[in-house]
Design a protein around this ligand. Sequence first.
Ligand SMILES: Nc1nc2c(c(=O)[nH]1)N[C@H]1C(S)=C(S)[C@@H](COP(=O)(O)O)O[C@H]1N2
Ligand SMILES: [Mo]
Length: 212
Amino acid sequence: MTAELGPEPPPRGFPRRRLPPGQYVPRGWPVLHYGRVPRVDLATWDLRIFGTTADGGERYLSHGEVSALPQSEVVGDFHCVTKFSLLDNVWAGVRALDLAQVWPPHEDVTHVMIWAEYGYSANLRLTDFLADGAIFAHSRNGEPLTAEHGWPLRFVCPHLYAWKSAKWVRAVQYLTGDERGFWENRGYHNLGQAWDEQRYSYQERPGDGPPL
Ligand SMILES: Nc1nc2c(c(=O)[nH]1)N[C@H]1C(S)=C(S)[C@@H](COP(=O)(O)O)O[C@H]1N2
Ligand SMILES: [Mo]
């Protein structure tokens, strides 16, 4: 007897989904933010590292000091919760991991708040902050960021929805517990993992974030 063989199944995990659920690739690079584009003077600009640092101190790094930190390029996607995605962006700047090596958190730190101009903020777990693709970027695809895309420095964390990729970053706060940032307090998911489609706070399960 000859066994009837069905069609060959695709290899496991292939074809790989290129986009997280619900996302599409637009033309160009949309500009999206709350409020106005800040006017930045590099002479007075600084990046503050504060909160529960390893040595208990806080630092204000000048633009020159940030530029002198180890520079890297990382390739990462970018997923806005309004559903556009940009694939394979080459971001250049200082990886969060490298910043945390030079200006380390205390060992009790579990979360990080990124602060931007005008008080915008986004929280993330320390593990997300230290993930491979997380970077404080000054350029994308070989071009310096324009003012509306976050010049002189924006944070990017590719696997989380892009509201956590704060433009116009001014501070990094090390936290020993979770606190919600700007959008996490206004209806978006505390974790915001794009591949799990964690868009809205009503989807949060116990443990995903502090009580609303
Ligand atoms: N400071 C600041 N950063 C921000 C925002 C904002 O309102 N303020 N919006 C976020 C959101 S929702 C998205 S989708 C991206 C958009 O980045 P882009 O304008 O460079 O595409 O910036 C993020 N970073
Ligand atoms: Mo967004």
